[in-house]
Design a binder for this molecule. Structure first.
Ligand SMILES: *Cc1c(COP(=O)(O)O)cnc(C)c1O
Length: 305
């Protein structure tokens, strides 16, 4: 990864290499931490962070769910992110921002009440998460052999570090099998989401995405639903089974990192024409117009730094 100049840590800007923690930090052992993934794009008026407040709010809510008390307000964390981008003087097309909170050094054992909460924001320049070619021509998905943990034993609505063991195993399996990304089903066999992005399909002109019953409440998914409806498409939220995907006309993933990534194949079944579908292309291009500040209608989602 590309190092930047500064990392914000517990209220201070530290040099990139000096933002460190003890090896006995609680989260390293037991996995209770929360993250965000936020993105800034270089517009004609400098960098603008997309839906900053929504991302920061979700960080605080993920922390509340997992019993981590972040000692900063949403406003303070928003300000810190803006300041961090200014101080780092980035030049690339876009910047990925990773705010997170974890339990630091001082307490061992599972009862974490006394463990210090470390709050950090890092940012760096990061290319297309699933590749430039993936954005253009689509990626190949494998349905993971493991399902996403059931709601009875998991907090899937939290962007919690602990949830990524499942995602990581699924992703590794998919790539080792020659695919680009994993799609996870829920414990009932319906589509949950990809390892770090939400799923959409198009059938007979209708755009379909599963409800967030067993997936993160994705901000990009919400954005896509809004812009698709504004463009006159019918968007339906309903359960999707694996066979339906195989015979979909188009499919794509949404996420801050994944942006709008077309899916061209799932489990050796070619989706539609085997490339980026026409509706996917329209939505993708609208999304990039919005995040790059080229669409007046959605400018309220941008925080210029
Ligand atoms: C971050 C993430 C997403 C995408 O959420 P956005 O808010 O769109 O960035 C989807 N699923 C999982 C598991 C994630 O971690």
């Amino acid at each position: 990864m590309d190092a930047a100049k500064y990392i914000w840590m517990n209220g201070e800007f530290k040099a990139w290499n000096e933002a460190q923690t003890h090896v006995l930090s609680h989260t390293l052992h037991y996995g209770n931490g929360v993250i965000e993934g936020t993105k800034a794009y270089k517009t004609d008026n400098g960098y603008a962070i997309f839906r900053l407040n929504d991302h920061t709010k979700r960080l605080k809510e993920s922390a509340k769910m997992t019993l981590i008390d972040i000692p900063y307000s949403v406003e303070e964390l928003n300000e810190a992110q803006v300041e961090l981008l200014r101080k780092n003087e980035f030049t690339g097309d876009n910047v990925y921002i990773r705010p997170f909170a974890f339990l630091g050094y001082g307490v061992m054992g599972l009862y974490h009440k006394g463990a210090p909460v470390e709050t950090v924001i890092a940012a760096w320049e990061w290319g297309a998460y699933l590749g430039e070619e993936g954005l253009k021509s689509g990626i190949r998905l494998k349905i993971a052999s493991m399902s996403r943990p059931a709601n009875t034993s998991n907090m899937g609505k939290a962007k919690a570090t602990a949830n990524y063991l499942n995602s990581q195993m699924a992703k590794f399996e998919a790539i080792e099998c020659g695919y680009d990304e994993a799609l996870l089903l829920d414990d009932q066999g319906y589509v949950a989401e990809a390892s770090g992005a939400c799923f959409f399909m198009v059938k007979d002109g209708e755009i379909i995405s599963p409800p967030n019953d067993n997936s993160l409440a994705s901000i990009t998914q919400k954005t896509v639903i809004e812009l698709a409806q504004d463009m006159g498409y019918t968007v339906t939220r309903r359960r999707v089974s694996r066979e339906e995907i195989y015979v979909a006309d188009e499919a794509f993933l949404t996420g801050t990192a994944a942006e709008i990534t077309p899916i061209r194949e799932v489990d050796a079944r070619v989706i539609g024409s085997g490339s980026r579908g026409p509706i996917t292309e329209i939505i993708q291009s609208k999304y990039f117009d919005i995040v790059f500040g080229r669409d007046e209608k959605y400018k309220h989602y941008l925080t210029y730094i």
